[in-house]
Design a protein. Structure first.
Length: 317
């Protein structure tokens, strides 16, 4: 109690002595009320009387004023008046000490100081229900944006633009390769190789052992490679939308359209959108892969026709 009284006397003495040493500057601090709730914003208004000889003047505070945190400072450009937004977590009688202001006089580089008067506020606490939910007293304070705040976004925008251009150029080159691409003749039939790969994938039990993303990647890669060897286009280089668009030209895909779409879309969600599939979805993915490969397996007569066309092309060349 004695310490608090001494503090009050010192603050009041500083406030009284301040104007005696700063004849050129007079500062008066006030608030709209003296009663606040803990966490409330306190708008401290400082009105100044400044002599004509004063060149510049500004509050000489940073993060705090006594037990109060400084949230922001704004100045009225038409007159020497400032609003300092404060907040405290102390309760009871809480004092705002004299606020220091720094100023310079025309023709003098010496930095002078002037002080406002001290203020006593009554800050009451907030009743807390131990069984209730914890809530913020005040929402987060939105600080004004500066060019430094925007700079990372501008850099990111430039990087994204460059990456987009590079990706567009890469896709253009890939399409040029696609037009002239002639896949190597596989040693075994594409559907046979795909079915063997699916059986091996099933035996690995990847999703059962927690390797879900790897499981979907291998399943879709097997079907993509099957498309490459069966239909002679670079399926591994295309997105899901491009593959589905490309497959529309083949009559065999019509009966399997309701299988191909969920097969690729579910895999994309797992690989890129952090989707956690259910055990049923995991089982469906392999089931759909088998249906796609078996549904697009050519009949023996079709295989013979394709081989004959290939041999005729070789002899003609």
């Amino acid at each position: 109690m004695v310490t608090r009284v001494l503090t009050i006397m010192i603050l009041l003495s500083v406030a009284c002595v301040g104007p005696a040493f700063s004849q050129q500057v007079g500062l008066t601090a006030r608030t709209d009320s003296t009663n606040f709730r803990i966490g409330d914003w306190v708008f401290l208004r400082v009105d100044g009387t400044v002599a004509a000889s004063v060149d510049t003047i500004a509050p000489a505070v940073r993060d705090s004023i006594g037990p109060f945190e400084v949230l922001g400072i704004t100045r009225d450009q038409t007159k020497p008046s400032w609003i300092i937004r404060l907040m405290t977590v102390d309760t009871g009688t809480v004092f705002i000490p004299p606020v220091p202001f720094a100023y310079t006089v025309k023709g003098d580089t010496t930095l002078h100081r002037a002080y406002t008067n001290a203020l006593a506020l009554n800050v009451r606490g907030v009743p807390v229900d131990p069984k209730g939910d914890i809530k913020d007293i005040k929402p987060p304070v939105s600080a004004p944006w500066t060019f430094r705040d925007f700079l990372p976004y501008l850099i990111a925008l430039v990087v994204l633009g460059a990456a987009g251009y590079g990706f567009s150029y890469y896709r253009k080159k890939q399409r040029e390769k696609l037009a002239a691409y002639i896949p190597p003749k596989p040693k075994i039939a594409p559907h046979t190789a795909a079915l063997n790969a699916l059986r091996e994938l099933e035996e690995k039990k990847l999703w059962q052992n927690g390797q879900v993303k790897q499981y979907y990647s291998e399943a879709t890669d097997i079907v993509r490679i099957f498309f490459e060897r069966r239909w002679s286009f670079i399926a591994l280089e295309l997105t899901t939308d491009e593959i589905l668009h490309h497959m529309r030209q083949f009559p065999e895909s019509e009966a399997l359209w309701n299988v191909m779409q969920p097969f690729f879309v579910t895999a994309d969600l797992v690989k890129f959108a952090k989707h956690i599939p259910t055990p049923q979805e995991n089982e469906n993915e392999l089931k759909w892969a088998y249906e796609i490969v078996r549904g697009m397996t050519p009949s023996p007569a079709t295989v013979e026709e394709e081989q004959e066309r290939t041999e005729e092309a070789v002899h003609a060349g």
